[in-house]
Design a protein around this ligand. Structure first.
Ligand code: UD1
Ligand code: UDP
Length: 368
């Protein structure tokens, strides 16, 4: 029996690892253990509840306004005894957060093999996104098993010298999650409020965007809202207090935008499904929106998800006020442009990524 330990700690990792936890738990050849770092608290617990996962270990490391030292430091220290006790055959980490990096580093120190889910995404600028590009590149140095969501992600890893035999193209597990959440009859009070208008969904949280870029984004959105009577916006706001202060400063009491608490993933996926378009600096939303046929304006200077740009669903609009204003206005006012973005193909998989990863772990040789 293979012992697989999954470690994750933030909302996006939980959304993309939970379907894998449940798939692995259904396999007779695998003993599955879950450790959450608690890098996020409320936003992580929301996901665990939806997917009915009770972690075996919870390191509970989150502090208000934590910096990168706090997170990395606390995870390294508190994960060591868990790894020493469990002695897993492989530890699975996801993506590019501080939880991902610190866990891979701890495994390296103890010579425990690492499997990297969502491996091979790159911008090749370690300051954008920050610190995620560094995190994922560093994890790729350590990891023995690489589950790439797309062919392009695999090619990045091969170019960097990774052994192609240790890279599998699986699709993104986000699409697996999406298959279980969207319900065409879903309705709630916020969506009733938005009826008859074009609904815009907004999210923003990236560390490198905090400060002036985020101020620019919010100003641009406010200008467009003021100029279009037939749109309204819902912004489920990240729990980072710095992001909250900035949003409340710019949007104040504007009654055409509802700033609400983070939604659980089931609600959020259904809000996206009802939306007209999405403005975000999120990573995961860039993968989910194409599967729902929703255009996304990506308020960032770089993206590690060029497949969505190539497919036509995503457009990179930077972080200056004028550019975001111009692109947002264009997408609202130009139906042809909108239709082109809304009718592009989803490049992120068929919803069977977890099954593929579990097959490799259960039946593969896992030599390293
Ligand atoms: C982290 C990840 C980022 C990912 C994002 C997803 C790192 C360095 N960054 O960034 O890659 O895109 O999660 O959302 O790993 N907070 C709460 N409750 C929560 C979650 C956050 O109160 O449930 C507040 C805390 O004050 C915390 C702050 O948000 O200090 C920032 O959280 P943190 O995990 O450090 O960074 P994120 O910006 O969320
Ligand atoms: N999401 C959610 N509730 C919200 C906003 C987003 O469940 O209120 C989901 C979204 O569907 C996606 C993930 O959170 O799966 C993205 O997380 P986030 O933007 O925090 O991080 P990133 O993907 O940028 O790392």
């Amino acid at each position: 029996m293979k012992k697989v330990l999954l470690v994750f700690g933030t909302r996006p990792e939980a959304i993309k690892m939970s379907p894998l936890v449940n798939e692995l738990k259904s396999r007779s050849g695998i003993c599955t253990t879950v450790c959450v770092t608690g890098q996020h608290r409320q936003m992580l617990d929301q996901v665990l509840k939806v997917f009915k996962i009770s972690p075996d270990y919870d390191l509970s490391i989150m502090k208000k306004n934590q910096d990168l030292f706090d997170v990395t430091d606390n995870i390294l220290g508190s994960l060591k005894p868990v790894l020493e006790k469990e002695k897993p055959d492989v530890v699975l980490v996801h993506g590019d957060t501080s939880t991902t990096f610190a866990t891979a580093l701890a495994c390296f120190y103890l010579k425990i093999p690492v499997g990297h889910v969502e491996a091979g995404l790159r911008t090749y600028n370690i300051y954008s996104p920050y610190p995620e590009e560094f995190n994922r590149e560093a994890v790729s140095i350590i990891s023995q098993f690489n589950f790439a969501p797309t062919k392009l992600a695999k090619e990045n890893l091969v170019k960097e010298g990774k052994d192609p035999q240790k890279i599998w193209v699986t699709g993104n597990t986000a699409i697996d999650a999406l298959k279980t959440t969207v319900n065409k009859n879903y309705m709630d009070d916020n969506l009733k409020w938005a009826r008859g208008k074009r609904l815009i969904i907004i999210t923003a949280h990236r560390r490198e965007n905090i400060g002036e870029p985020m101020h620019n984004m919010f100003n641009a959105i406010k200008r467009v809202l003021d100029e279009h009577d037939d749109i309204c916006a819902i912004y489920p706001i990240h729990m980072n207090p710095v992001v909250r202060d900035e949003a409340h400063k710019v949007f104040g009491n504007d009654d055409r935008i509802r700033i609400i608490e983070p939604l659980d993933v089931l609600d959020f996926h259904n809000y996206m499904h009802h939306s007209y378009l999405i403005l975000t600096d999120s990573g995961g939303i860039q993968e989910e929106a194409p599967a729902l046929g929703k255009p996304v304006l990506v308020m960032r200077d770089t993206t590690e998800r060029p497949e969505g740009i190539k497919a036509g669903t995503l457009k990179l609009v930077g972080t200056t006020e004028n550019k975001i204003y111009k692109e947002f206005t264009k997408l609202l006012d130009n139906q042809d442009e909108y239709n082109k973005m809304a009718h592009s193909a989803n490049p992120y998989g068929d919803g069977l990524a977890c099954k593929r990863i579990a097959d490799i772990l259960e039946f593969g040789e896992m030599k390293h």
